[in-house]
Design a protein around this ligand. Structure first.
Ligand code: ADP
Ligand code: MG
Length: 577
């Protein structure tokens, strides 16, 4: 745990941590020495010897120095804790910025949030609070054990022998907490996602009247699981703690019994016995504290592990000198890619998309269409093969280079907290009102803006979902237009749009494709018809490639897709009676 803490800190933090650890070890040793001094002190008192005052002075000085060290290391601990907090947020932030964009899936946001909040607090708590008890809880007994050999080697041996079961019981306690805390963390994360899902899916759940169907009670199940793992953590942790304290008591009793026996035997002086009894009982305190905090220590050490895991996620390598592309043609050769080991999503794909062309990709759900667009946008790097834009590998162009060349419109449009104007200006911060008006006209966003009472200043995003799905798409198409990138990657929304939106989006796409290289994952017939070329993707491979007439005549997957959509559209257009 301490090693990990060193790894995670910067140079200054490491120096502070070293000093603090030394000061804490000093405290432990001094505390142990002060306890040991009690033995001759008691002896001197009982024998009414003049050395009593010397021993008293020795104990008092040891205690005084101990307290100075305590004050010093405590303030250092807070400094380190604060450093850990700030440097963690910075390091995690910097690291997140280098990760492949594709890594940021919806299910990662919860754990990252938890890590940045509770996780870093847990880690900061280690130097600020917990470490002292660990270091002192170990160094004090070790000092006493070492010193007890000076009193009587048999007592020393008894202490040493007693330390072994205590250490084992402590280890057991930590293992029990770790296992059960892992389960608890997992279950609490799962039920948090379930709650969000449950809230989001209310319309669907209610529409289908499935609220009270026991077989769908996953939220209740996961809450019950969380409760179960929480009580397991508490109960098993408590049992392990009781076992630890029991062991400690047994060892102490054995040591005391042995000392008394040796005294009765006449081989240990009565005064020494009295001293040993006092020391043994005093020693219980730091050890008990260690035991009581062991659970916390383990839970906080687990947080370190999670921070390390996050920092270990490999970054997307960036070229030192990004290459310059010549042109905007896109070339995929032998591209292979999978999200997880062993499951190929894009399976050896080779295709050339000339500059200025309009290509539509169609294919069954899950065939890898969205993934293909993300690979071209360098959200991930390919596992095998290469993707070139303007003759240069996207890995040579770098993320920033690819981003300059491409404008992307995604399946689920995400609008940021802010006004519609803000959301557009994201793509081109210097854009004038005229620029906004121009792209709004093309994307048919102008009618939306006119209709809204606050116009361009209407707040959208998570808090204000004022826009319908089709309108949001128009915002994101306008945003892509404003960026004015030579390549447009567009993942059409799968949800059906109303006819007005459908026509508007089709017009906008048509405009967008002028003078640009456009690749669209198409779900709408209007889009497919507009394309120069259609690629049919199936299980990560291109199975058909050609224009509409050719593919329709071939009577394959594309022809089936076409007829299905036609039927679906025909359905929609029949007026309801
Ligand atoms: P399409 O867009 O054609 O429906 P996708 O490219 O979204 O297909 O997905 C292709 C396959 O990759 C699917 O099996 C999907 O489950 C899987 N997949 C998509 N995104 C991820 C991801 N972020 N992590 C793991 N698997 C994913
Ligand atoms: Mg998709």
């Amino acid at each position: 745990m301490i090693k990990y803490l060193f790894e995670l800190l910067d140079e200054r933090g490491r120096r502070h941590l070293r000093i603090m650890l030394a000061a804490q070890a000093g405290q432990g040793v001094l505390q142990g020495v002060a306890f040991l001094f009690v033995v001759p002190l008691v002896a001197a008192l009982m024998e009414q010897s003049g050395t009593f005052w010397w021993w008293l002075a020795a104990v008092v000085s040891a205690v005084a120095v101990h307290h100075v060290l305590l004050a010093w290391s405590t303030s250092l601990g807070y400094i380190i804790g604060t450093d850990v907090l700030t440097s963690f947020h910075e390091r995690i932030g910097n690291h997140l910025a280098t990760l492949p964009i594709g890594w940021f899936r919806a299910d990662r946001t919860g754990p990252i949030g938890r890590l940045l909040g509770k996780g870093t607090m847990d880690v900061a708590n280690i130097p600020a609070h917990l470490l002292r008890h660990v270091v002192v809880g170990v160094t004090t007994p070790v000092t006493i054990i070492a010193g007890s050999y000076l009193l009587d080697w048999r007592i020393g041996l008894a202490f040493t022998a007693g330390a072994v079961p205590c250490a084992l019981a402590l280890r057991l306690l930590m293992v029990v907490v770790r296992r059960n805390d892992d389960d608890y963390e997992h279950d609490i994360g799962a039920s948090a996602s379930r709650i969000v899902e449950y809230a989001r899916q209310q319309p669907t759940l209610r529409a289908y009247g499935v609220l009270d169907r026991p077989e769908l009670g996953t939220l209740e199940e996961s809450l019950a699981r969380q409760e179960g793992s929480q009580s397991r953590l508490t109960i098993r942790g408590a049992w392990a703690l009781i076992a630890f304290f029991g062991t400690l008591q047994l060892v102490v009793t054995a040591v005391i019994a042995l000392t008394v026996a040796l005294t009765l035997d006449g081989t240990v002086a009565l005064a020494v016995m009295a001293g040993v009894l006092i020391v043994t009982l005093r020693m219980l305190e730091p050890i008990s504290q260690l035991g009581e905090l062991a659970g916390h220590v383990q839970i906080n050490a687990d947080a370190i592990g999670r921070v390390r895991e996050l920092l270990a996620v490999p970054s997307l390598p960036e070229p030192a000198h990004p290459a310059e592309p010549s042109g905007t043609g896109i070339e995929l050769s032998g591209v292979r890619f999978g999200y997880d080991e062993g499951r190929t999503v894009i399976d050896g794909l080779t295709v050339t998309i000339p500059a200025g062309s309009f290509t539509a990709i169609v294919g069954p759900s899950g065939s890898g269409k969205s993934t293909l667009l993300k690979l071209i946008g360098r959200f991930f790097d390919v596992d095998e093969g290469a993707i070139r834009i303007g003759g240069r590998d996207v890995r040579e162009l770098g993320t920033a280079g690819v981003s300059r060349l491409t404008a992307q419109v995604f399946q689920d449009v995400y609008l940021f907290e802010g006004t519609i104007a803000d959301n557009l200006r994201m793509a081109a911060p210097g854009a004038t009102d005229d620029d906004l008006a121009r792209v709004a006209r093309i994307a048919r966003l102008d009618e939306v803006v006119e209709r809204l009472p606050d116009g361009w200043e209407t707040r959208v995003g998570e808090a204000g979902s004022t826009l319908s799905g089709g309108e949001k798409q128009r915002v994101s198409i306008a945003r892509a237009l404003l960026k004015d990138a030579p390549i447009v990657l567009l993942d059409e929304a799968t949800a059906a749009l109303d006819p007005a939106n459908e026509a508007a989006v089709a017009d906008a796409l048509h405009e967008l494709s002028r003078d640009r290289t456009v690749i669209v994952v198409a779900h709408r017939l209007s889009t497919v018809v507009a394309a120069d070329r259609i690629l049919v993707l199936d299980a990560g491979r291109i199975t058909e490639d050609g224009d509409h007439d050719t593919l329709l005549a071939a009577g394959g997957t594309y022809a089936r897709f076409w007829h299905e959509r036609r039927r679906a559209r025909g359905w929609q257009l029949i007026p309801s009676r």
